[in-house]
Design a protein around this ligand. Sequence first.
Ligand SMILES: *Cc1c(COP(=O)(O)O)cnc(C)c1O
Length: 398
Amino acid sequence: MGRDPTSFLKEEYKELVDNDLDWRIRVLQGASSARCMVDGRSVIMLCSNNYLSLSNHPKMKAAAVRAVGTHGAGSGSVRPIAGTMDLHVELERRLARFKHAEASLVYQTGFAANAGLIPQLVGKGDLIISDELNHGSIIDGVRLSYADRAVYKHCDMADLERVLLEAERHTPVYRRLLVITDGVFSMDGDIAPLDQIASLTERHGAMLYVDDAHGEGVLGDGGRGIVSHFHLDRSKVHVEMGTFSKDFGVVGGHVSGSQDLVNFAYNRSRTWLLSGSHPPAVVAACTAAIDVLESEPQHVRNLWERTKEFRGAMARSGFDTGRSETPIIPIMMGESATAKRFSQRLFEEGVFALPIVFPMVSKGKARIRTIMNATLTKEDLELAIAKFEMIGKELDLI
Ligand SMILES: *Cc1c(COP(=O)(O)O)cnc(C)c1O
């Protein structure tokens, strides 16, 4: 009898549990909103990406239900064969208009967009230059490419320039350079200096790719994202990538840019070509989300009000909110054990916010990551602030 070839499954899982590194999944009982039921408890939600609670917006739910009636439950195919419906085409047209871009392309997820497009833009003989804190889906997209890789220090423009200058001296001469950055960094809530990055990429003849998953629906005119936030000339940002799974409250990835980019992307991205397309309800809800952003600007305003109030209160209480400039507000805890204890206590007190610990952030930088929501009531926000203060004192953090 040979050894069980799957014995590592149990062993490695046990190792994760023993080191307190496994995910213990909490379950939502009902819709995702600023106040919801999680594991049998009514909690104030402070860790969802559903910034505007659009997932629950009546116009979006109605659009999804309508699309099931007219177009069915599934799309029947991958996009290039028979899975492109009029609904998909309409969503891409509306998204391009919203982004003031020439064209947009929708993928199944943001992960699929990064994993599908990055390895097609650059290959052998090229160089990808990436911020050290970029999202894991960018890192995996980069790994799928045959291009050389360089990393620059987080948002450090002198270091980015150093890498670009070194790249210019490389022999043999690189065919293409691609600089890629998150727009808003998901662990710290800081904003990439995209204006300065764009000047550098322009000067050095590099392509610029921004992943604006946490900036869309948050930054810029009416939530149009980071390119709008910096009033950048669209032609300087070659790929503006994003997702419908966060602020837009549904699911789906997308890229916007020139018509040439979109033509290239859909003919080459393997995730787009080889994996089924969105079902009608998803597509219709995404289009409705754009409608809502265009016609109800109060949601983004409310989000920023809550953000200023919470971040201000945390600072006044003596908490460290790190580099946060957006509705992502980390509350720094230091040790992993403290962050985990804090999160557990918050949950017991009716506030849901998760600890972010090593290896997701470096050792000693453990935090509770909070994400603001436009539909938090004043009372709930004040209650959450009071609970943070109470537990902060209990654990000797403030
Ligand atoms: C969430 C996220 C993604 C992945 O988006 P999905 O549509 O959920 O797959 C990609 N990039 C960044 C920066 C993200 O925060």
